[in-house]
Design a protein around this ligand. Structure first.
Ligand code: UDP
Length: 249
């Protein structure tokens, strides 16, 4: 990623990525094969968690690519005079990665979500993209005690790309913490993506996404999220209170 075109929102980096640039960047990293590259899908919730969690802030700031996975970030970027090209969500990005992986022979490992969900999501992806190689699936947990076993599973699977669904901030901290031990080329935190792909949780209809109301649909389907979602108005307030310096590093 071209770092100097990076925008910072309340200290959190946001890259002006598109789905096309995401796929090209991943292809480049896999070709290079020199180390593990980390992708975070940043939402307003991530930004607000990072304000009170220095370790999560450090993880986001050292990630190789921070995609804007939340309409609030697009509004904030526009307000700051640095509009982003598009919303790059994990839920839309993962099927595109799977499609490219099927063509290129990249192997995916799906880690996280409730037991059985990653398997179901993997089956759906293979059905949609014949030839896709799933190196492995495993629910596990982000607990430190399980790390060694999970890393062995991932490394012995021969996966190129690891998708981790433990929710933020744990999924991204998990990847960063284990960066040196993981042998995959690319690792990405994907939140509730497996739930959507597996059909366990329905995704907002396209028209709602188009008018920036995906968050409202999520709240309606999963009302327990209300407390977490209070971070959204707090995000708006925090952005508006900032001086409009274009890059709030
Ligand atoms: N999850 C998990 N283990 C945990 C916590 C969460 O497997 O200890 C999974 C959860 O089942 C879901 C995913 O993490 O599939 C994403 O969670 P959430 O919806 O909170 O993420 P968001 O999409 O809001 O970032």
């Amino acid at each position: 990623m071209i770092i100097d075109s990076r925008l910072h929102i309340l200290g959190v980096p946001v890259d002006p990525a598109t789905f096309d640039s995401l796929l090209e960047t991943i292809a480049g990293w896999i070709r290079q094969g020199d180390r593990l590259y980390q992708i975070c899908t940043v939402s307003p919730e991530f930004v607000m968690i990072a304000q009170d969690n220095p370790d999560f802030m450090r993880v986001l700031r050292s990630a190789d690519l921070c995609a804007a996975d939340g309409i609030g970030l697009l509004f904030a970027a526009r307000y700051l005079g640095r509009p982003l090209p598009e919303r790059v969500t994990g839920s839309d990005g993962v099927p595109l990665i799977a499609e490219r992986a099927a063509r290129k022979g990249w192997k995916l490992f799906l880690l996280g979500a409730a037991p059985g969900v990653a398997e179901k999501a993997a089956a759906k992806l293979v059905e949609s993209y014949p030839g896709l190689k799933i190196a492995g699936t495993y629910a596990g947990s982000p607990a430190v005690e399980e790390e060694a076993e999970i890393i062995t599973r991932v490394n012995t699977s021969g996966a190129d790309i690891l998708l981790v669904a433990y929710g933020a901030p744990r999924q991204d901290q998990w990847i960063a913490r284990n960066q040196a031990r993981l042998e995959v080329r690319v690792a990405m935190g994907v939140g509730g993506t497996f739930d959507f792909i597996a059909g366990v949780v329905p995704r907002a209809p396209r028209w709602m996404r188009r008018i920036a109301l995906e968050w409202l649909y999520r709240l309606y389907k999963e009302p327990w999220r209300w407390r977490r979602m209070l971070r959204i108005p707090r995000f708006v307030w925090a952005v508006l209170r900032q001086p409009r310096t274009k890059n709030q590093e």
